[in-house]
Design a protein. Structure first.
Ligand SMILES: NC(=O)c1ccc[n+]([C@@H]2O[C@H](COP(=O)([O-])OP(=O)(O)OC[C@H]3O[C@@H](n4cnc5c(N)ncnc54)[C@H](OP(=O)(O)O)[C@@H]3O)[C@@H](O)[C@H]2O)c1
Length: 363
């Protein structure tokens, strides 16, 4: 961490401004007393949602000190080395999946780091899928919806959610896998029903999920087509292994067996029209909105198309994805690596849609 900025509500605003009753320093987290008789509060640097703003999401983004995680039975604390941005973090700042009463909430759905025993680890960020650490009746959630996220020096998750990081992958690479890449893996290999030799269309080539789907699809022997609004991104999609990349909405040279859809309203009609009879449209996101002007209902039933919803993936699928990357040499497409205290730049880049691949924050 190269600097400390922004708000502070658990201690002094900077190490330089440390109060005389500061108790100690471990790793980078600091222990403070608000006064000589108050309980010790351990604080750490974090990037968090302080307010919800549907129209200007970045106005609610704060960088500063937040309480460090406290030990909890069945949970592990991980020192975060790298964490990656997902569009989900922008949705959180807009209040989608994150109600006001859960603020402030540290953002960041995925991370790689070092656990309490010094092991290099990756997090599975779906909490409560199996009841581990939370009890059987708690509904599934993704880090940052109910539990504090990974854009911090430390994060706590149920120990069940901690997986070994393959040595072949760097922390930055591993930190890209638990959300966007896992989602693409499940969309392609669990929900699209494709096999080597089949064809697939990936909408919005520059996105985190989309670049993952192009790379994973190519590595698995699929004929991958892609769309992007941007010519430079179309060129890069072909460099990643797409057979052809066309402008958003343009006709493909052939119909495809499956579509990987995360853009939503802007590309929905094109996705439906691009499928072969009996083909499968897998959707996991709607960045441009969830109300397409043309739903293409007639085409869906007449050609017996399948529409499949997909969200994140299981711990088993994440283990498979990690070993797929280790075995094949496939690596996440990283747009930019920034130190955690420059997180705002990464958010601005993602909000403007300029990125190609994943934006990674490091400690
Ligand atoms: N259900 C789940 O478990 C899950 C998991 C991960 C992500 N998601 C969702 O999937 C979506 C993508 O996530 P991400 O992290 O990959 O996002 P991202 O990295 O921000 O990528 C979004 C991409 O969508 C394309 N796009 C955006 N607006 C568009 C428009 N109006 N017309 C055409 N294309 C447009 C852009 O591609 P081009 O610039 O190349 O056109 C952009 O790069 C988000 O909505 C996210 O919430 C859901």
């Amino acid at each position: 961490m190269s600097g400390w900025t922004g708000a502070c509500d658990a201690g002094p605003s900077s190490p330089q401004g440390r109060a005389p009753w500061q108790e100690g320093v471990s790793h980078r987290a600091l222990w403070f007393r608000r006064s000589p008789w108050a309980p010790i509060v351990k604080v750490m640097f974090a990037v968090y949602a302080a307010r919800i703003d549907r129209d200007q999401p970045l106005s609610g983004l704060e960088l500063g000190e937040r309480p460090a995680p406290e030990a909890r039975p069945g949970w592990s604390t991980v020192n975060v080395k790298a964490a990656s941005l997902n569009h989900h973090d922008l949705w959180s700042l807009r209040g989608v999946g994150l109600p006001e009463d859960r603020l402030p909430m540290i953002l960041g759905c995925d991370a790689a780091g070092v656990d309490e025993d010094g092991n290099e680890v990756v997090l599975h960020s779906v909490i409560g899928q199996s009841g581990h650490g939370v009890g059987p009746k708690e509904p599934r959630s993704i880090l940052t919806e109910r539990y504090q996220g990974t854009f911090a020096e430390q994060v706590a998750v149920p120990t069940w959610n901690v997986l070994p990081k393959p040595k072949e992958l760097s922390f930055e690479e591993a930190a890209c896998l638990p959300t966007a890449w896992l989602t693409a893996y499940r969309m392609l290999f669990t929900n699209a029903g494709v096999r080597p030799g089949d064809s697939v269309l990936v909408q919005g080539a520059g996105g985190g999920v989309a670049t993952a789907a192009i790379v994973l699809g190519k590595a698995a022997g699929l004929r991958v087509f892609a769309t992007s609004r941007d010519e430079a991104k179309r060129k890069r999609a072909v460099e990643l292994g797409a057979v052809e990349a066309v402008e958003s909405g343009a006709r493909l040279p052939q119909r495809v067996d499956a579509v990987i859809e995360t853009v939503g309203a802007a590309t929905w009609s094109h996705s439906v029209k691009s499928l072969k009879p009996g083909g499968t449209l897998v959707i996991s996101g709607a960045t441009s909105g969830d109300r397409p002007s043309h739903a293409e209902l007639t085409r869906i039933f007449f050609l017996e198309l399948k529409i499949v919803g997909s969200t994140m993936g299981t711990k088993d699928e994440l283990e498979d994805l990690l070993s797929f990357c280790a075995a094949t040499g496939v690596r996440p497409v990283i747009d930019e690596v920034l130190p955690m205290d420059r997180a705002r730049e990464g958010f601005e880049r993602m909000e403007s849609g300029e990125q190609f691949g994943k934006i990674v924050l490091t400690n």
